[in-house]
Design a protein around this ligand. Structure first.
Ligand SMILES: [Fe+2]
Ligand SMILES: [Fe+2]
Length: 197
C-alpha cells in the first residue's frame, strides 16, 4: 500500500494511508462525471439552467418547423429569394437547436425533443399565414420574440455560466440577423417598414 507522510500538530510524524485520498479523489471525480461539465464552481442551480435551455430548445424546434414549412409553401413569381431565405434560416435554427441540446447534455440534463407539449414549452408560435407576406410577418414577430428572450437569458447566465452565455450570444447575433432579413424582405415587398410588433 502506498503511504504518504503528513505533519502532526505536536511535531511528530504520522503515517496516513494514501489510498484513502486516492479513493476520495476518485469518488469526487466520479461524482463530477455524473454531473457532466458542472463543477462545484458552477454559479447556478443546474436544474434552473437546464429548464431555461429546454424552453430555448423548444423554441428552436418550432422555428425549424415553421421555416421549413414556409420554404416549401413559398411559391410563385419572385418568391425564390424568399424561399431561399426561409431555407437558410431553417438551417440556422437547426444549428441553434443542436448547440443548445449539446449544452443541456453537458449540464447533466436530457434535451427534451418530445413533440408532445412542444408549443407549450416554446416561446414562439407555430403560425403560418396563407400568403408570403403573412409568413414573413409571422417570422419577423417570432424573431423579435427570440431576440428578447435570448437577451434576457444572457443577462441571467451573465458571469455565473460564461460558457452558456457565450453560446447564447452567438445565437442572439444570428436571431438579430434573421429579424433584419425578414424586415428587409417585408420592406422590399410592401414598400414600407412594419411598425406593429
Ligand atoms: Fe434560432
Ligand atoms: Fe431565428
Amino acid at each position: 500500500m502506498m503511504l504518504k507522510r503528513s505533519s502532526h500538530k505536536n511535531g511528530h510524524k504520522k503515517t496516513q494511508p494514501f489510498l484513502s485520498d486516492v479513493k476520495e479523489l476518485r469518488r469526487r471525480a466520479q461524482t463530477s462525471m455524473e454531473k457532466g461539465a458542472v463543477t462545484s464552481s458552477y454559479g447556478l442551480d443546474p436544474n434552473v439552467a437546464i429548464d431555461l435551455l429546454q424552453t430555448a430548445l423548444a423554441t428552436e424546434i418550432v422555428c425549424v418547423l415553421r421555416y421549413t414549412s414556409n420554404a416549401s409553401a413559398a411559391m410563385g413569381i419572385n418568391s425564390s429569394e424568399v424561399k431561399a431565405e426561409f431555407e437558410e434560416h431553417a438551417n440556422d435554427e437547426l444549428a441553434h437547436l443542436r448547440k443548445i441540446a449539446e449544452r443541456i447534455n453537458e449540464l447533466g440534463g436530457t434535451p427534451n425533443l418530445n413533440p408532445d407539449g412542444l408549443i407549450a414549452r416554446s416561446h414562439t408560435q407555430y403560425a403560418s399565414g396563407p400568403d408570403l407576406i403573412d409568413m414573413i410577418k409571422e417570422n419577423l414577430i417570432a424573431e423579435r420574440i427570440a431576440v428578447e428572450s435570448y437577451t434576457e437569458m444572457i443577462r441571467f447566465f451573465s458571469d455565473k455560466d460564461p460558457t452558456t452565455r457565450i453560446m447564447l450570444e452567438g445565437i442572439l447575433a444570428q436571431e438579430e440577423e434573421h429579424a433584419s432579413d425578414m424586415h428587409d424582405l417585408l420592406v422590399a415587398r410592401e414598400g414600407r417598414p412594419m411598425l406593429r410588433k
